[in-house]
Design a protein around this ligand. Sequence first.
Ligand code: HPA
Length: 252
Amino acid sequence: MAELAILGGTGLTSLHNMDIIRREVMHTPYGEPSGALTYGNLCGNEVVFLARHGYGHTIPPHMVNYRANLWALKHAGITRVISICAVGGIRSDIAPRSLVIPDQVIDYTWSRHHTFFEKDLTQVTHIDFTRPYCEEMRCALAAGAASAGIDIIQGGTYGATQGPRLESAAEIDRMERDGCDMVGMSGMPEAVLAKELDLCYAACAVCANRAAGRSDGAIEMSEIEATLEDSMARVRLLLEHTITSTCRQRED
Ligand code: HPA
C-alpha cells in the first residue's frame, strides 16, 4: 500500500519514471482535489502522484483546493508527502536550476482556505508550526540527493505569495528584509494543512528564475518554463533516490 505521495508543481504534471497502476477519483468534504490520485510504481515502491495545478496545468496557485488535496491523500492512507514547487531565487546563491530544501516559511497569501480547524469544533485548536517542514522527510531528500550525486541547498526560508502575478521589485526587497530566500505561490497553506493532518511533509523547491528585480529586465514565462523543463530530469532522479534512501534522523 502506498504511504508516500508526491505533489507535483509547475513543470511536473507527470512522473515519466513511474509505472502507473491505477487512478482514483476522490471526493472530499472540502470539494474536489486537483485531479485523480495516480498510483504507480517508482523504483519498486508504490507511490501516489498528484499534480497540484491539475494534470493539464490549468489551476492557478490561488485557486488550488489545498484542503481537498491534502485530505484526499490522508484518507488514501498517505503518511509522507514530498512537494515539488517552483520558486524565484531571492538569495544570490539560489540561481535558476538550484534545488533547495526549505526549512522555514513566511506566509504572504490571503483569503485561501488555510485550516481544517474552523467548523464543528469541540475545542479551538492551535497547532505548533515552529518547524513547518518534517525533518525526517527533509533528511530523506538530502540523503537522496547525496546518493544521486545531485547538488542541493539545505535550508532556506520560503516566502509564499498570493499570485498569480509575479512580485514587484519592492515586494522582493521587503521579502528579503523579512528573511525570505526564495519566493513561490503554492507553498502555503499546503505546508500548514499537511501539519494539521499530521502528514510528514517537506518540499523540494526548484529555482526557475531570479526573483523580480534580481536580474535585468522582466521575468519571462518562457524562461521559467525552459528552466523547469531542464531541471525536472534531476528532480525525477532525486525522487527515485529519495524513496529508496532511509534516514535515521527522526523528528523530535
Ligand atoms: N515568484 C513567485 N513564484 C514563482 C516565481 C517567482 O519569481 N518563480 C517561480 N514561481
